[in-house]
Design a protein around this ligand. Structure first.
Ligand code: AR6
Length: 178
């Protein structure tokens, strides 16, 4: 299957996606929040939070999940099988390593998906809401990193970008040449 056919674009709510894993734009506490994080915990129920707390109790994550890294949990009541939680960078103007950290979110999430041999993974626009990352630059990084990863990895077989607003949908269409 070509890279182009392994990437899909959908506008809507990520919590209803029937995929192997949806990615959560979390914060380092891993205890829930607003935006897509709030929607995932609300729809998925307490099992997700319980597993996040367990992860936080391990020595590696006592201080929280570092920006750019990812962990995987159950998806509770969601139609997806797993939730991959990653922490995007807060936008400070672009001079605080934001681009590298955002790229790392996509790579870390995809690595977990490959490790677990997941068929399909759905990504929201990490950092492009409350964390204020400019949407055009974020879409370019997301598409570049996913293409690069799929080019050299069998899993995940499919990646779905799930956009919420019309502007993001247009930006991803442009990036994907759709
Ligand atoms: N489905 C798909 N996309 C969504 C949904 C949804 N249900 N809801 C929002 N979006 P944000 P961030 C889009 O703010 O910027 C939380 O409090 C939204 O339009 O959810 O990484 C966390 O706990 C935007 O394009 O995440 C952190 O503290 C994108 O998802 C902080 O917010 C990301 O917006 C993370 O901020």
């Amino acid at each position: 299957m070509s890279i182009q056919t392994r990437i899909q674009l959908v506008q809507g709510d990520i919590t209803v996606q029937r995929v192997s894993a949806i990615v959560n734009a979390a914060n380092s506490d891993l205890l829930g929040g607003g935006g897509v994080d709030g929607a995932i915990h609300h729809a998925g129920g307490p099992a997700i939070l319980a597993e996040c707390r367990l992860i936080r109790s391990s020595p590696d994550y006592r201080a929280g999940l570092p920006t750019g890294q990812a962990v995987i949990t159950t998806a509770g009541n969601l139609p997806a099988e797993y939730v991959i939680h990653t922490v995007g960078p807060i936008w400070y103007g672009g001079y605080a390593g934001e681009a590298g950290l955002l790229a790392s979110c996509y790579r870390s999430s995809l690595h977990l998906a490959a490790e677990h041999k997941l068929e399909s993974v759905a990504f929201p626009g990490i950092s492009t809401g409350i964390f204020d990352y400019p949407k055009p630059e974020a879409a370019a990084i997301a598409v570049r990193e996913v293409r690069a990863f799929l080019a050299v990895n069998e899993y995940p077989r499919t990646v779905i970008f799930v956009t919420f607003d019309d502007e993001s949908q247009r930006l991803y269409q442009q990036e994907l040449g759709a």
